[in-house]
Design a protein around this ligand. Structure first.
Ligand SMILES: Cc1cc2nc3c(=O)[nH]c(=O)nc-3n(C[C@H](O)[C@H](O)[C@H](O)COP(=O)(O)O)c2cc1C
Length: 158
């Protein structure tokens, strides 16, 4: 079983979780990123990123450094933006063959309310079985992330 963790991360939280998950599973790692960079300031990110989510904008991605077609299973990581998934991940999921390989999903959010995001992304992931909601390192309960990741990993490995 050849697995890859595919993720997007603007400020490092999803990346930290992606690295842990990939290491523990012995999976490869692939970061997706947009050709056009996001603004540096959080306020501008909220305006630009929030606007993109509202408009269902599908950005152009930088060329992928690994080919999802070479893997049996994808573990997908995404931050929550405006209660939904992020445009870069929506762009990645336009590859329906790759979307069909996603069995597990981890979300990073500032507040932990991932219901709408999960609903939105589930429509694009016909084979999704496991998901976990992790918290931004600024949240007081982010100390529970490691235990949640362990549970998620044991579900994936069943
Ligand atoms: C444009 C934007 C919109 C966001 N919207 C939400 C939101 O609706 N709900 C929430 O809980 N967190 C929201 N956040 C916070 C991120 O989900 C959170 O900081 C996450 O840890 C970021 O992951 P990253 O460091 O991998 O980029 C938003 C962040 C950005 C930049």
């Amino acid at each position: 079983m050849k697995r890859i963790v595919v993720y997007y991360s603007l400020s490092g939280n999803t990346e930290a979780a992606a690295k842990k998950i990939a290491e523990k599973l012995g999976a490869d790692l692939l970061k997706v990123d947009t050709e056009k960079p996001m603004p540096k300031s959080f306020a501008a990110q909220i305006i630009v990123g929030g606007g993109q989510v509202m408009m269902n904008h599908i950005p152009k991605l930088k060329p992928l450094e690994k080919d999802p077609a070479e893997y049996d299973e994808i573990i997908l990581g995404s931050p929550i933006w405006n209660s939904k998934g992020v445009p870069a991940i929506n762009a990645f999921l336009q590859d329906e063959k790759a979307a069909a390989k996603v069995k597990s999903l981890f979300f990073l959010s500032g507040g932990g309310d991932t219901k709408k995001g999960l609903e939105a992304i589930t429509k694009k992931l016909p084979n999704l079985k496991h998901s976990v909601s992790l918290l931004d390192k600024k949240h007081k309960d982010s100390k529970d992330n490691d235990a949640k990741i362990e549970k998620f990993l044991s579900e994936i490995s069943e």
